[in-house]
Design a protein around this ligand. Sequence first.
Ligand code: GLC
Length: 429
Amino acid sequence: MKKCLVMFLCVLVSLGMLFANGTQESETQKKTKIRFAVKSVGKDYELMKEASETYESLHPDIDIELVETPESSTDRLGLYLQYFEAKSSELDAVLIDVVWPGELSEHLIDLNEYGAASYTSQHFPTMVQNNIVHGKLVAMPLYTDAGVLYYRTDLLKKYGFSEPPKTWSELEHISQVVQAGERAAGNEDFWGYVWQGNAYEGLSCNALEWVYSNGGGTIMDKDGTVTINNPKAAAGLDMAANWVGTISPSGVTGFVEEDARSAFQAGNAMFMRNWPYCYSLGQSDSSAIKGKFDLTLLPTNVEGKNACTLGGWQLAVSKYSKHPQEAVDFIFYLSGKEEQKRRAIKGSYEPTIQSLYSDADIINANPFFTKLYDVFLNAVPRPSTASAPNYAQVSKIFYSYTHNVLEKQMSGADAVTAMSMDMAEYSNK
Ligand code: GLC
C-alpha cells in the first residue's frame, strides 16, 4: 500500500513537472528571441546580463540570449565573420569594435531606416560619424575607450617619486627602481610594467602608442598613404622590445587585457597600460590595490605627442536577423542615456553621450573622466577609415611584425620596412 502511494506521488510530481515545463515552453515560444553577441572582458558580461534582464521585464514579449565571444577582439571578429559569411540568422545584435564598421558594413542593417536620427544627436558627432559607411549608419555607439597608464600611488611615494612618469625613459627608470625594491622586499612576482603584447588587435593599439609618442606617425595617414617605414617608428618598437624580460615579464608577449589586469590588480606591477574599464574593478573590495592606484596619460618621447589609442564599442544589427525591428529597439535602449550612465558608474565605461560628462554621479565614481576629458576626445585613431575595408589585414601586418620585434626575431628597422611592403597593396598611393 505504502509502495503504491509512493508511486502515485512520483507520477503526480512527474506530471506536475511536465506541465510546468510545458507552460514555460509555451511562454518562451510566444516570445521573440534576440541573440546578442557580447564581450566577456571585465564586467562586460555582468552588465549586459543585468541590462537584458531589465529590458525583458519592460518587454515581456522579448527574450534576450547573450552569446559569449572570445576574449581577444581579433578572434571575436573571426567568429562574427563566420556567422556573417554563412548569412546566419543565429546572431541578431552584435557588439562591434570602433575599427570594424568599414569591414562589417555589408553585413549590417542601416539604422537610419529604423529611426536612429532621433537617438544619434545626443552622442559625440565624431563617434556617430565613425559608424557611417557610404551613408549607412551601421552601428550606435555604446562606449568610447582610450589607452591609459595605471600607476601605484603608494609605491610611487614609497620610492620617493613625486609624480608619474612623463617620458618613456622615466617610466623605465621608476620601473627598475620599484621592481628591484619590491623583489628585495620579498615579492618575487613583481614587475615594473605590464601591457598587451600578444599578437592581436590589442598589440596594434599598444604599438601605435609607442610609435606615435616617438614621433613615428600613425601607420597610415588620413588619405591612406603608408607612413610606418621611418626610423622613429622603428625606434618606438625597439624601445618596447627592450622592456620584455627586463621591466616586463617575458610572458607579456602572450598578454591580452585581462592578463595585464590580473597582474596589476593582484599588486604585482608598478605600471599597467590598459583601458578605463580596469578602474572600477581595481577599486572593488576584493582588489589588492583598492585606493592605491590612479591613472594618467601614457608617457611620450615627444612633447605633446602623448598617444592614447582610440578604442570603443558599438551596437549593430545583423542583416541576416529574422527580427531586425526588435533587435534595433533593444540596441537603442542599450546605447541610451540610462544604460550608459549605469555602465559608467558600475564599470567605468566612458559614455558616448556628451551630457553624461557633467553628471555628478558619474564623475564621482570616475574622477579621471574630468581630468582626462580632452585627452579622451583627442585619442589617436587607428587607420581603420583610411584602410577600409581592409583594416583587419593592415592591423594584422602591424601586430605580427611588431610581435616579431618583441620576440627579438627582428629589428624595429627591418620590421617597419617589411610592414610597409606588405601594406603597400592596401595603400591609396
Ligand atoms: C578595447 C578597445 C578596442 C580595441 C581592443 C583591443 O576593447 O575598446 O577598440 O580594439 O581593446 O584589444
